[in-house]
Design a protein. Sequence first.
Length: 203
Amino acid sequence: MPHAIIVLNFTDPSIDPRGWTTSSATESLLNTYSTAVWDNADVKTHAKYWLDRGTSINTTKDLLLCYYSTVNVVRMPQKGRYALVDQQVVELNSQIQQKCALARENRKRLRVTYNSEEFQTALSMGFDHFSKCLDEPFDFIALSWNLNPIPKDFGGNILRLALAIKDDPMMGNATGNEIFQRLGPMVASCIMLDFVRHKLKGL
């Protein structure tokens, strides 16, 4: 999963000097909004999605860690404290470099680093995305589908059908088991039809 770095702009320069550290800023923000996971209707929907799948969600941090490997906060002061602004810009740059290095090491450990062709595809999709919209996050799932397309065989077509059912509003937040329970009879019929058409015999 990607790493998240939240930049808090226009922070009051008169706060406790210890509040400018990334660890202190992160702890402060997550503690302040720890109950937002139940107070905000939109956020509660996402929490319920994970709860229905057996993931324990008690705080906003728990929910964020379902989508990101790490979450860190860097404060930026209001105008007038140029030395402090420079200090925080350096800290932000340091955080970005640390998380990029960590992500790269994790990909190496899991042996999922991009080769030259995959990196070119990822870079191209990234440029296309951010040249059109800066406020929307990059879709890593779309990139994954692009790098590993669904095969056009029987299994691939069944997967496409399952994904289409999942996206149907009538299915709500159906789990994989629920989707394939509904698909079961039709898939079984397709397999039997294939056996009959090709006159396949059992052992």
